[in-house]
Design a protein. Structure first.
Lengths: 156, 156
DNA sequence: TTAGCACTCATCCTTTTGGGTGATTTACTA
DNA sequence: TAGTAAATCACCCAAAAGGATGAGTGCTAA
């Protein structure tokens, strides 16, 4: 509420100082005339006071002027790579559930032995599965299998 | 500059009207007293005028408040263009150019022999490179290396 | 009921991969 | 100029992966 007033304190102070200075000069130079010019001083005081009052009222009443600046900020978002399983390819390749499990663990970089341990089946079985996997995917190595599966959107 | 003045025209007009009305009433009802109260009227006029002056000054001086509105504009990057090579990780890992080449071909599912043929160097050299690669990437198998490189955005 | 499929496991053998070590050349740097 | 790092290659050995084949079990659809 008074912030605006304080904001223009300088202007007001400047005006006041000027008025005071003028009055002082008058008082010093025309000291003897003051008494006969009481009415002038009185009027000046009224003028000054009401000017300040006017300013104060205006600042108090006046709604702050708003100047709207619209800044466009561009944010680059990386879309959540929503993995969409390629059902078409999956059904076409006709991979069994076990084969898919093995494929997924393969893609994580696990060795056949680790996969066997995780799935509670023997290493030989994993080898069988992986061999069938390579046949169905038409690849020769596990790295190729993983790469192809990734391209076909069979795995994330 | 005068926009502000016009904006508060209503307030000013209201004040003026009120003052005029009061003066009018005094003039009508206390017509006979006016002459003996000339000084009061004069003072009132001064007060009114300077109040208005103050208001006018204040409105003229007042700076508009700036209000910044930030509009966020979200742009989703195309997933196809999203591969940004992770330079930070790349420099931290301190992979040599040859090692990077081997890594890339590895990720494509090529065997060491194929990579050797492609790069016109011996199989043994490829083995040396891949071994150093695994050391630097802190992995044990090539599938893990590919997986980790993919996660670190070293390869697409 | 039987043929087919998925899943399991095994054995034998080959290829690929990985670890370890050492050596040479080249190019750049303190 | 000596030292360092990258790149090259070799040899040996072990582990992992892959290919081929056979076989047992359980479930399902023709």
């Amino acid at each position: 509420m008074f912030r605006a007033f304080f904001k223009y304190k300088l202007v007001i102070l400047y005006g006041c100082s000027l008025a005071v200075l003028l009055l002082l000069m008058r008082w010093l130079e025309l000291r003897f005339l003051i008494l006969s010019h009481t009415q002038d001083v009185y009027n000046g005081a009224i003028a000054l006071i009401f000017t300040i009052l006017g300013i104060w009222i205006a600042l108090k009443i006046a709604k702050p002027k708003k100047e709207t600046i619209i800044v466009e900020k561009t944010i680059y978002l990386q879309p959540e790579k929503e993995f969409i399983l390629n059902q078409t390819a999956l059904t076409e390749l006709n991979l069994s559930t076990r084969e898919m499990e093995v494929l997924e663990l393969m893609a994580k970089g696990m060795s056949n032995a680790e996969i066997a341990e995780k799935l509670f089946i023997s290493l030989n079985t994993i080898k069988t599965h992986s061999s069938k996997l390579y046949e169905k995917l038409e690849v020769k190595r596990r790295t190729q299998a993983v790469e192809k599966a990734r391209q076909l959107k069979l795995i994330a």
